[in-house]
Write a protein that binds this ligand. Sequence first.
Ligand code: AMP
Length: 444
Amino acid sequence: MTQTDTTPFQALGLALPILQAVAAEGYTEPTPIQAKAIPPVMQGADLIGIAQTGTGKTAAFALPILHRLAVSRRAAPRRGCRVLVLSPTRELASQIADSFRTYGARLGINVAVIFGGVNHGGQIRTMAGGVDVLVACPGRLLDHLAERTVDLGAVETFVLDEADQMLDLGFMPSIRRIVRALPAATQNLFFSATMPREIHALASELLTNPVEVSVTPPAATAERVAQQVLFVEQARKRALLAELYADQALSRTLVFTRTKHGADRLTRYLEDAGVQAAAIHGNKSQAQRERTLAAFKSGRLRALVATDIASRGIDVEAVTHVINFEMPNVAESYVHRIGRTARAGAAGGAISLVSDEERVLLRDIQKLTRQTIPSFDRRNDRVLAAVQAADAVAERAAPPPARTEEPAAPRRTDRHHAAPGATPGDRKRRPQRRRFGQRRQAQG
Ligand code: AMP
């Protein structure tokens, strides 16, 4: 414990096994949200935390909750839990559970996750004896409540994480039903990057004299992210993206598309351009998503192509760049997206490819974040035009091979729901295999 003796974490009064786990993670001092949230939550207060992901908010609630579990040890209730955390996505739920396991490793607490897409029976068996901490997505948890395989009657602390995202995903009615299954007197903690009216309303109903902590204004973008806008024709975005990857500094990048099919198509294009890429979105099975994330985390992928929902909660150290291949329709999503880089103090870059049709979205983002993002005009670019023409020729020449890992969606669906920016070539043909070096030569 000599290492932690002088850390400010020590000053917060957390139980020794928690301090040891925090030290083992290499954390030297609390992040601002942790410094503000840990003391009141340890005291049992309700809390509203305005913080985007990447600020250390998970530990901000997990550490004091674990402390309270450690000082009031009791058996977990059968089919129930002492702590319930609701998360909008499976990835985030897994990550929150992992954080509890990591920080609570020396406390002997047990943690379970419940979400859809995986075996029901395993979850029933895990819950039968009760757990200390349950991290759940709303839909599957409601199934368990209906079947009485989970009972929330003994919950002591309730955490609603990424509340604004819950709202966006239409989970509010589900959350209200879950809340009705909780005992009257729970400690309630709400975390949200923004505070829309509906979340505020639920918070005022549920929280008692909550302490409010806010680490960034709701619309602030991560401070250390160097942002850049590239204006380009929609049909030439792919060519520009491949060009960007000539810069080896783009070593671990998250690329955002608007649709799942757009993500798949772009992934194939990048692979054909010699960039190791994979897509992650709601059509992929849980096993596929986990494999892809593991490959990304280990550095085997340079590009993880994701939709907004799938990207939620992806917590990968050292994401070098976030690339908006398509701009989000909702300005707040921009803040979330670029919050994926520059996590926990590291520097990062955010590059947005903006077509003329998307300028209105860019305007909203700049208004929300109260900043003007430096921009460069790559429209009417001869090199990009040449690559686009070469791609079109290659696509006409090569028929699309069968893709076994593709989601079941038939190609007809693809045609009807093509991304707004999809080029005709996207829909017809798979490009011929060519390496990035060849592409560069063709350009020269
Ligand atoms: P979160 O906002 O909870 O998604 O956390 C973002 C990242 O910050 C995670 O990778 C954490 O492991 C890391 N982190 C959390 N607290 C600290 C801390 N006090 N010092 C350094 N890194 C931290």
